[in-house]
Structure formats: structure tokens, C-alpha cells
Design a protein around this ligand. Sequence first.
Ligand SMILES: C[S@@+](CC[C@H](N)C(=O)[O-])C[C@H]1O[C@@H](n2cnc3c(N)ncnc32)[C@H](O)[C@@H]1O
Length: 461
Amino acid sequence: MNSKSDKPRLQEPPASTYLSPPGQLPLLSWYRPTYAEKDRHLAPQNGKEVEVVFRDLVPYIPSTTYGTFGLYRYPAKFIPQVVAYVIEHYGLRGQTILDPFAGCGTSGLTARLFGLNYELWDLNPLLGILHEIAIMKPIHLDIDEVVNEMINSSQEWFPEWQNLDYWFPAALLPFLGKLWGYYHHLETNEKKKLLTVPLLKLTRNFSYNDAQRQKLSRSPKAIQRVENLLLSNWREQALTMLKSEIRSVITKQVEYQNLMLDQGELRAKIRAGVDTLQAAYEIGESGDAEWDFLITSPPYLQAQEYIRASKIDLFWMGYTESSIRALSKKELPYHEVEAVPIHSPTFEVYRSMLTEPKILQVYERYFYSVLGALTVLSEHVREYLFLFVGPASLRSVAIPIDRIFAEHFEALGWHHEVTFVDKIVARVLFRSQKNPATGLDDMRMKTEHLVVLRRDHCKEG
Ligand SMILES: C[S@@+](CC[C@H](N)C(=O)[O-])C[C@H]1O[C@@H](n2cnc3c(N)ncnc32)[C@H](O)[C@@H]1O
């Protein structure tokens, strides 16, 4: 691949842009190191494991939730530092990346900072709106005036959700209905986008959902919290929260925009609400897509249930019970899939250790669906695959997913350059000590692994 040399490299911005506009946060982009073409690819480690702490390697993104990276609490999301590290060391401005399990879109937001084109796919329809809000240029808004309009709105709107009363106290519903009535009667514009996350957060805060748990679930503690809220001046608290959340989104948008190296043109394609398995096979047949690299953090081996975790939000955004149910059915790795060849001795070894039919089924479905989709997509990737996975366990058997992925792609002609091993500090998964699916001690996610695979014909710089 020698066509890269004429592409612009990441460069420091001119000195004048180091200064922040008055009243704004400091521009951080000048911290960004530049890489000469010859340094672009890290020295290959021939499949060795290399310990890293990604968040320390990318100092110009000050925290994992900085800017709009922290817009929404999406389960098991990437820390932006992982994607930034990859792009810095392996990417070039103008290249195109694909994340086929993009969640709330972290990889795209990071690619945008560096001027890379990107394509994001996810089953969760929230990806579409969250991405739009995250990249939006901040607008001026009289927050007091808007909140006033909201509470004086004559519109009402409620989700099509049979269980609404189970999740919200009756006393609060008219209030929420009014706020959402205002929202849903607004034409789609920047103001409406800006109100989305604050309204979702407020609504969750007034529900019986237990925020400590990833999945939608009611708990006595959560019920008690809401009952206590109702005894206080909840209306005033709600409005204060709404205003502060709107302000917070604007601040995050400013922070994100200030991280941007430049505001040049790039292409971004978002496919929200799409089943990646199906979409991959469709592309496989039509053969018309090409990406420079693929970076993704696929769904987890154990029950994560992203759609279920987003249910409250999806309902209030206007999705119906039947559409949410249809999405849930497509979530990996739960639905039935055809067996595909998995070219990994380690896959076979672990398969033979799992004797319980149900567990074996989870194991097989996971690899058939996730590796099935990634294999088809990899045929359209020119340079690199970056697969971010954690060691997971089934019935206390730790499954080395990263090794299985690496062996599989090596057998298909990819070169396994290195696996970066990152210790997790803040990545939010289940907080419980027991795995809720099995009742056993939760052995999950002590470290996370970034498997780097290079297409064989693509030489190091
Ligand atoms: C580990 S999360 C990705 C998080 C992402 N890296 C981020 O930063 O937000 C895995 C994603 O796979 C998605 N997923 C599960 N089944 C899917 C399917 N059949 N098609 C597309 N996406 C799917 C989930 O909705 C979830 O967002």
C-alpha cells in the first residue's frame, strides 16, 4: 500500500489556533502528536500481548467522558482513547473506517476529530440521534424561556407502553406527558435535538428503574428513591435538573468541537436500527463497500441486552412495543444463526469443555453470529481490523475470545500484529458481584483486549 504517501498527514494546527476563543475551554488539539509516514504503523509484535493503559496514552482527551463522549451512559461503550490511539498510530486523514457494532458512536466521534470518514451501524436506533447531538455545533438557547414554554405547553404525549404505570408513579405522568408533548410537537431542528438527552435523563430519574443496574429493572431501592422524591418539591427539582442537563449538553458540545483538529469536510454514514448480521450478508452478496479499517467492540458473550437497557428511552422517543420487541429479537448473540466455519483450534478446545447444551448454544451462537458478520465484512476492509473484546466466562470457564478471533482471522490470511491488553478502570458493565444470568460469581471483564490484524498484502510504513 504505497498510495498513502500523498495523503495529508496529521499535523499540528497553526499557532494561532492554540488560543481559545474568549469564554471557551482551552483548545486541546495541539497536544496531539504527529506521526511521520514511516512511524505510522507500530512495530509489529507478531501476535504478542502488550500491556497498555489507553487512557494514559491519549492525554489530549482529558477523560473518558469528556465532551460529547460523555453525552449518554451507553452500556459497555468504548473509551474514546482506544479509538484515538488506533487512529493516531494506524490511520490517515481521509481514510474511511467502519464500526459495525457502533453503540452510541464513539468510534465515529473519534474518527471525526482526526478528519477520517466513518460509517457506523448498530441495531439500537438511538445511535442515530445520539450521533447527531454529539457532532452538533452548539446553538444559543435561552434555557429559562424554553423550559417555561415546555411547562406551559398544551400538548401531551405518552408512549405506547402497556407497562407505563409499572415504571412511573401516577402522580408524575401528567408532568412528563407535558414535557414530551412539547418535544414531540416540535419540528426536527437543533433545539429539539438539544432537548433530547436532558429529557431522557429526567425521565429515567423519575422512573422506578434502578440506575445501578444496566438492564431495565425495578428494585425496592429505586422505588423508595422515587417515593422520597415525591415527598419533596419534585417539580422544582425536575426543572432545575432539566436546565442543568441542557446546559451540560451545550458545554459538552463546545468541549467536543474544541477538540477538533479542523472542521474539514468528511463523509459520515449512520445506519441506526440495522441488524449487522443481515446487513453484512447483503453487502457480501452485492460486494460494493470498501473501508480502510474496521474497528469495533462487538456484543458480549453473556447477556448484555442493549435494547432492553435502552427500553425506557426508546419508548419515550416514540418506538412502539412491537418495534422494540422486533429489535430485541435481532440482538446478538441470542437469535438462531446458521453455523459458519470458525478457524480456531482454541474455539474447538473450549467447545469441548462446555457440556451443558444451553451454554454450548450461547457459545456457538456468539461465534457464529459475531465472527460470521465480521468475516464477511473483513473481505471489504483494505488494511486493518481492530477488535476490542474482553475475556468472558461461561459457567466459570474463561473464554479467550481475543485468541479465538485472532486465530480465525490468521487462518483467513490476516497477520496478527499485536494484542493490546488494557486494564479496565471505569468501563461500566454489570456492577453486581454475581452474574445475573448464571447466579455464579461474576468473572467478567478484568481486562480488555484490542486485537490488531493486518491484511497480509499491506506492508508496514
Ligand atoms: C459493546 S457494544 C458497542 C459499544 C460501542 N463501542 C460504543 O462505544 O458505544 C455492542 C453493540 O452491539 C449492538 N448489537 C447487538 N446485536 C446487534 C445486531 N444484530 N446488529 C447490530 N448491532 C448489534 C448493540 O446494540 C451494542 O450497541
